[in-house]
Design a protein around this ligand. Structure first.
Ligand SMILES: Cc1cc2nc3c(=O)[nH]c(=O)nc-3n(C[C@H](O)[C@H](O)[C@H](O)COP(=O)(O)OP(=O)(O)OC[C@H]3O[C@@H](n4cnc5c(N)ncnc54)[C@H](O)[C@@H]3O)c2cc1C
Length: 389
């Protein structure tokens, strides 16, 4: 490892690996530092992605696909179930292997990778971020860089050290908990979403099949709800009711920042990507694909800034991100704020309206029209969603 690089990426999740790869593809020197021993582990994720979300970056490889998903099941509080064919194919990943493959693609592009490398501070040249302080195998070291890209996840501290406002209100931070359990006899090509006060108020519960009746079962509830009754208690109650004898193989917990992107994700010498920048889709809570998009844009822009010898060019990343997804996430956030406050009665009546449509006619557009027709008050909710902020 050298003492100086053009670009240092902190964190080797999906967004970090994409930032490292796209920067390295510009022919500049890149080092990616990961605090854990293994890239991709531990996994704190439901592992669901759409096909379109990943094929932009990497060819599908059976090694990291657990199941292919074609249907979406929505279970209302009164337990009525609506099944919808998905407009796009989806997958439940084996993220440990997937994250590894992404890091491999960064390495192939020329990025160096160092695991067990914990970044504990930044170094500055005046007001400019100019490198990192890192502990590797018990030894502390300073490594200089023209640009640092923080891809250090939801618990990111690098952005704060760089002077960016990274605070997320606890109401926007969903507390997520999940178990991976076996003996879950659900359709292996369907993802299940449960809504309602009892199951996951201001959030939802998911059952994502992983093949051989293994499934990720988890939920997210808003920080506001979690203060009164923890996400774990909701999950335990669900498991007790639905799968009391299912052996639990793993348990994970983590924050899911279901909110819009931070106002500023660039400062002099520093760029934030992925969860660290709050690039998660606020409606679904999915951050794999959007983090990869954020990482790829940041990596490209950072590489170009070095090539142009104009470090102020990194501010272009904020514009490019907002045009690609940031603005859309604001609309999703409004929709989320509407849906998450629907009463159980509203969820039940929406399910009833959709169930009247034969399954072969259940396209999203059709459902929307029919739900509105049978449920005129929904129009008011939709109007609220779009004119709320
Ligand atoms: C319970 C749960 C379920 C989820 N389910 C889904 C889902 O089904 N689909 C989906 O798309 N998204 C899901 N998400 C969100 C998704 O996991 C994240 O959005 C995604 O992992 C973000 O990628 P990232 O690269 O930004 O961060 P991470 O994947 O969190 O990677 C950050 C990396 O940085 C490293 N790091 C942190 N600090 C330092 C440091 N100081 N020095 C060096 N390295 C450091 C970490 O070890 C980690 O490897 C879920 C999240 C949770 C909590």
């Amino acid at each position: 490892m050298k003492n100086q690089y053009d670009i240092i990426v902190v964190g080797a999740g999906p967004s970090g690996s994409m930032a490292a790869r796209f920067a390295a593809e510009k022919g500049v020197s890149v080092l990616m530092l990961e605090k854990d021993r293994d890239v991709g582990y531990p996994v704190r994720c439901g592992e669901a992605v759409s096909e379109a979300g990943i094929t932009e970056f990497i060819e599908i490889d059976k090694r990291w696909i657990s199941t292919e998903i074609n249907n979406f099941s929505f279970i209302a509080p009164d337990k009525s179930e609506v099944i919808l064919p998905l407009p796009d194919r989806g997958y439940i990943l084996e993220r440990k292997i997937f994250d590894y493959a992404l890091a491999e693609s960064a390495a192939k592009a020329g990025a160096e990778i160092q695991t067990r490398a914990y970044v504990y501070d930044l170094i500055f040249d005046g007001n400019n971020v100019s490198g990192v302080k890192v502990e590797i195998g018990g030894e502390q070291k300073e490594i200089k860089a023209k640009i640092v890209i923080a891809a250090d996840g939801v618990e990111s501290r690098v952005g704060r050290w760089g002077g960016l406002k990274t605070y997320t209100d606890f109401r926007e931070m969903e507390s997520g908990v999940q178990v991976t359990a076996s003996n879950i006899p659900v359709n292996q090509n369907t993802i299940y979403f449960y809504f309602g006060e009892k199951v996951a108020p201001e959030g939802y519960l998911w059952v994502f099949p992983k093949g051989n009746n293994l499934a990720n079962i988890g939920l997210g509830v808003s920080g506001m709800i979690g203060k009164k009754k923890s996400a774990l208690v909701y999950l335990n109650e669900f498991m007790e009711e639905h799968y009391p004898d299912a052996p639990i193989l793993t348990r994970v917990a983590g924050g899911i920042p279901c909110t819009v992107t931070l106002d500023r994700i660039v400062t002099d010498g520093l760029m934030l990507v992925g969860d660290a920048a709050r690039q998660i889709n606020p409606l679904s809570g999915g951050g794999i694909a959007s983090g990869m998009i954020g990482g790829s844009i940041a990596g490209k822009v950072a590489g170009e800034a070095i090539k142009k010898n104009d470090l102020s060019y990194i501010y272009q990343y904020e514009k490019d991100w907002n045009n690609r997804l940031g603005k859309r996430h604001k609309t999703f956030d409004n929709i989320k704020n509407g849906i998450f406050h629907f009463s159980d009665d509203k969820f039940n009546s929406i399910a009833k309206s959709i169930l009247k449509v034969p399954i072969e006619k259940r396209t999203l557009g059709n459902i929307f029209k029919i739900a509105l027709f049978n449920n005129p008050s929904l129009l008011l909710d939709v109007a609220k969603v779009f004119f709320q902020k």
